[in-house]
Write a protein that binds this ligand. Structure first.
Ligand SMILES: Nc1ncnc2c1ncn2[C@@H]1O[C@H](COP(=O)(O)OP(=O)(O)O)[C@@H](O)[C@H]1O
Ligand SMILES: [Mg+2]
Length: 437
């Protein structure tokens, strides 16, 4: 890390990524959103699945995206059902095979590549797909006695249909980013596609400058909060807000699913905690793309990049609805301020919990650091300047009881804070009783 990766600032990185995205968009017409989504999958080191009917430039797009980088190995394969795992992991080592050991010679395989392009992935047989799962997910080849790490960063896979089986469902879960490309019907877009075809045939365009893979790795570290030089910050309020939006989206999706399938088996739309956690990386990637070193509400509005299938207007609209509903509810009547106050209050409780003895001191001594003024302002208003040393528990309890939520989102948070309060008091009482002689 450091100066060798060429990242000088978040703003500069954002400009270079936007230029790269624009260049890809010059070659592959009318794919702006999918391109931005792909940039996000590269920034977050996740995989992406592109679906469309044949001839919609899926392969071209994947090739053009990877051609923007330098210093990374690209493994490409056209899947077919006769293929065995060795197509992906390298031929079997015959010497080892004599002793009954299955060992792949991984040189040049997906196992030793940073990028992968798997064209028509669902043409592969289930046996091969299953073998691919751990490489995609764990970034390790784990077969028999062989267990080796893989530097695999991002795989873009394409498909022109969806084959549903147990393994394809598991596979879909490995592709955090999904897009469906609907056919381009607009005559002007058709015209531009033809124009490009006259210039380049089916070839990719050669970019004027490439992004070093080391820079991409560095950006990925920044996004994951693993870089000491650059930080993209996410406030507690935003974190809380984002989680409500995601949960509301889950609710809306399930409601619309149940409306559609009033009879017959009901399948649930489920967001795994893994995906929910990954949404943080995406938030930071979206902020970085805007040249910001902090995440704002608007970034959360684009989380449909992983929670919906880009290109399916219905799904995207539902996510936007979840976002707007929660945003409006919290913006009206200072809901966001209340969330801030309550989250600050939980930090105060956290401090008390780790240091129960502080309950015997004036609470205002805790007012330093992270905790904001709101709670102490209330204490002063309620009790004057007199420190209610003996009544700290009452003070804390009173604060939460007196708190009047302005909307359902805050009401729910208040309930959680009440629970945290009760748990904290149990810890405090146990500790203080034990310590006393
Ligand atoms: N949106 C587009 N922009 C540029 N070229 C396109 C576009 N759609 C189709 N084409 C042309 O069609 C060709 C076929 O695309 P291809 O990548 O093979 O499609 P797919 O992989 O989806 O079957 C491309 O090489 C390109 O010449
Ligand atoms: Mg193709």
């Amino acid at each position: 890390m450091g100066p060798t990766t060429g990242i000088t600032s978040i703003e500069q990185a954002s400009i270079e990524l936007k230029e790269a995205a624009a260049f890809i968009g010059q070659r592959v017409i009318n794919r702006e959103e999918v391109i931005e989504q792909a940039v996000c999958s590269l920034l977050t080191a996740e995989h992406m699945l592109l679906q469309s009917r044949t001839g919609a430039a899926k392969s071209l797009l994947a090739e053009q995206i990877f051609s923007m980088f330098d210093g990374a190995r690209l493994f490409r394969v056209q899947a077919s059902k006769e293929q065995q795992p060795d197509t992906y992991f390298g031929g079997l080592d015959l010497d080892q095979l004599k002793y009954g050991r299955i060992m792949h010679n991984t040189e040049g395989s997906i196992v030793e590549s940073e990028f992968g392009f798997i064209d028509e992935i669902f043409d592969a047989n289930d046996f091969t797909l299953r073998a691919l799962l751990s490489v995609l997910n764990e970034r390790r080849l784990m077969r028999g006695v062989q267990n080796v790490p893989s530097p695999l960063h991002t795989v873009i896979a394409t498909s022109n249909y969806l084959r549903i089986s147990e393994v394809t469902e598991a596979l879909l879960d490995r592709f955090m980013f999904k897009a469906v490309i609907l056919p381009d019907k607009d005559p002007f877009i058709q015209y531009k596609i033809s124009q490009r075809y006259l210039q380049l045939g089916g070839r990719t365009a050669i970019p004027p400058k490439k992004i070093p893979y080391a820079s991409l790795k560095h950006l990925n570290a920044i996004i994951r909060g693993e870089d000491s030089q650059f930080e993209i910050s996410v406030s507690s309020e935003l974190l809380y807000f984002t989680n409500i939006v995601i949960r509301h989206f889950e609710f809306l999706r399930n409601r619309s699913l149940h409306d559609k399938t009033s009879s017959g088996p009901q399948s649930d739309f489920y967001i795994s905690p893994r995906t929910q956690a990954k949404s943080l990386d995406l938030l930071r990637a979206l902020a970085l793309l805007k040249g910001r070193s902090n995440v704002v509400h608007d970034d959360a509005s684009r989380l449909y990049f992983i929670f919906a299938t880009v290109g399916l207007p219905e799904e995207v609209a539902l996510f936007r609805k979840a976002y707007t509903t929660v945003l409006n509810s919290l913006t009206a009547a200072r809901g966001f301020d209340q969330v801030t106050v309550l989250l600050d209050f939980t930090e105060l409780l956290e401090e008390i919990r780790t240091e129960p003895a502080t309950m015997k001191q004036p609470l205002s001594q805790l007012g330093r650091g992270q905790i904001r003024r709101s709670f102490f302002e209330w204490v002063r208003e309620k009790f004057g300047s007199e420190e209610p040393q003996e009544r700290n528990k009452l003070v804390l309890e009173q604060f939460i009881t007196d708190f009047v939520p302005v909307c359902d989102e805050v009401r729910e948070l208040k309930h959680s804070v009440e629970k945290v309060f009760q748990q904290t008091m149990i810890v405090v009482e146990r500790e203080l009783n034990r310590v006393q002689p």
